[in-house]
Design a protein around this ligand. Sequence first.
Ligand SMILES: *[C@@H]1O[C@H](CO)[C@@H](O)[C@H](O)[C@H]1NC(C)=O
Length: 226
Amino acid sequence: MEFKSSLLICFLAIQFVPILCASQDFDFFYFVLQWPGSYCDTSKSCCFPSTGKPEADFGIHGLWPNYNDGTYPSNCDSSAPYDQSKVSDLISKMQQEWPTLACPSGTGSTFWSHEWDKHGTCSESILDQHSYFATALKLKDQLNILQLLSKAGISPDGNNYSLSSIKSAIQEGIGHAPWIECNKDTSGNSQLYQIYICVDTSGSNLIECPTFPHGKCDSNIGFPTF
Ligand SMILES: *[C@@H]1O[C@H](CO)[C@@H](O)[C@H](O)[C@H]1NC(C)=O
């Protein structure tokens, strides 16, 4: 009912203010976490942020508006560029939980600004810049992926784990199947790199993923130390 009436409003509004409808046009979010150990042990390597080595935990990569068909909108509003003064109360938390590992070392603002400009502007009608970053931080705290993996005996100790055991531990912990993205360490071994979790358009409810990204992990993957 709610969906139908918002469609109707959108239909009526489209004749007068099409931009309103275009700006909220996405189906769900991917909330993407990355394992810093797997970012850093590749041939490309990494640089710790100028604020110091991040803690050994999954870091946020981003909260990405997506379409059910697997495509996604990007760079939706060049008139609303990243403005760090709008998230000043969140910066210390972002430094901890959304650390940049790109080279050369930075404070994180280049990373956050890329995420907002490319992805965040596409969910602007629902989450303004402050809510966008606050929502991602809240999701990270709620999920606590490292802890639920460790309860299932899976920890970043440099050993290999079966992909299916990692998926089921997360599914049991959060109630929905995640998508796992792997990359390769310097010896070419497949390892746990990023975890994709699907969230509804409000940014607050986890959902079953309407579609999964592409890519493949080996059936046994590394979980390197950091
Ligand atoms: C993990 O698996 C790879 C590929 O089979 C293997 O080369 C590597 O030695 C394994 N690592 C450990 C710590 O067992």
